[in-house]
Design a protein around this ligand. Structure first.
Ligand code: PEP
Ligand code: MN
Length: 337
């Protein structure tokens, strides 16, 4: 249930309500807005609870949340979440652009990619050190060496690093070098991993499972938030359908839908969403028009030689052109890029 505190109630009174809820057996999650504080009380439904709490003078109202996701939902937090990372943010007025190669392949490849995305105006560098590949014979990533390269290149170029974490055992290792930890589509319902990510205090970029419903996706985010880590960014990356001309079907309707249901920022990955570089510019424009807070685009200095996902990677010039073309679209919807 959600306990909405009246405006301008002092901290001491709020803490007393928190203590009371804890004594009643609830786990408490707090959202402090500009005007109002809202307490998410998670626990077994008690019929008398609302009455008891509404009798407290500082409590404005008690709302039972009927949806299965509680902390992720708009009822818990009506205003949009903006996640600040260094001098940048995800979920603010500026469209967050995360770009870089699918996989970290070498120092030179990463540095060239980083310089390309930086000069085009991106603030975040992506690159996989641990690669979840369909075939065990495909390139699996440079692992720890790749993480080291990401740290170094990120620092050198001033870009924030986004990289995938594949299991619960490597969360600390990845968190040491990443500014945002990515959960891949194949791991969206790896609940041990999600629980571990709930314990850290770094942003998590949660990709939608390739066969996940919107509700399953939001429940995966709820796992992370229920652990106390409220910094979750949702990423639509395409879902499986019967259509073979594209690698996935990019579900852009998920963007405004999730924005209705949740306060969390939503970004779109047209590279994995389509699998085709020719479709990326149109889908980036459409994503911004649909209300996305950011984009993830694969960029490689030489896509033809990429060890993974070359056909969906832009080269330096193509990315530069894309970023220039997106400015106008961003402006129309009141955003910057
Ligand atoms: C990736 O971002 O490189 C990746 C593997 O993405 P996904 O999990 O969406 O397939
Ligand atoms: Mn990829």
């Amino acid at each position: 249930m959600i306990v909405v505190i009246k405006p301008e109630v002092d901290e001491e009174a709020i803490l007393q309500i928190v203590q009371k809820l804890k004594r009643m057996g609830y786990g408490i999650h707090r959202s402090t807005g500009e005007k109002r504080t809202v307490l998410g009380a998670i626990g077994r439904r008690r019929e008398d609870a609302a009455q008891t709490l509404e009798a407290i003078p500082e409590v404005e109202k008690v709302v039972y949340v009927t949806r299965p996701f509680k902390l992720v939902g708009r009822e818990f937090q009506p205003r949009d979440t903006e996640i600040r990372i260094g001098n940048s943010s995800v979920g603010g007025k500026e469209i967050a652009v995360i770009a870089g190669p699918c996989a970290v392949e070498s120092e030179q490849q990463l540095l060239d990619s980083a310089r390309a995305v930086k000069s085009a105006g991106a603030r975040f560098l992506r690159g996989g050190a641990f690669k979840p590949r369909t075939s065990p014979y495909s390139f699996q990533g440079l692992e720890q060496e790749g993480l080291g390269l990401l740290s170094r290149v990120g620092r050198e170029t001033g870009l924030l690093v986004v990289t995938e974490v594949m299991d619960q055992f490597t969360v600390k290792q990845v968190a040491e070098c990443a500014d945002i930890l990515q959960v891949g589509t194949r791991n969206m319902q790896n609940f041990y991993l999600l629980r571990e990510l709930g314990k850290i205090r770094k942003p998590v970029l949660l990709k939608r499972g390739m066969s996940a419903t919107v509700e399953e996706w939001l429940m995966a985010a709820e796992y992370i938030m229920s652990g106390g880590n409220y910094q979750v960014i949702l990423c639509e990356r395409g879902i499986r359908t019967f259509e073979p001309y594209t690698r996935n079907t990019l579900d852009l309707s998920a963007v405004p839908l999730v924005k209705e249901l949740s306060h969390l920022p939503v970004i779109v990955d047209p590279s994995h969403g389509t699998g085709k570089k020719s479709l990326i510019p149109a889908m980036c424009k459409a994503a911004i028009a649909a209300g996305a807070d950011g984009l993830m685009v694969e960029v490689h200095p030489s896509p033809g030689e990429a060890l993974s996902d070359g056909p969906q990677s832009l080269n330096r010039e193509e990315f530069l052109q894309l970023m220039a073309d997106l400015k106008g679209v961003a402006q129309i919807v009141g955003r910057t890029i």
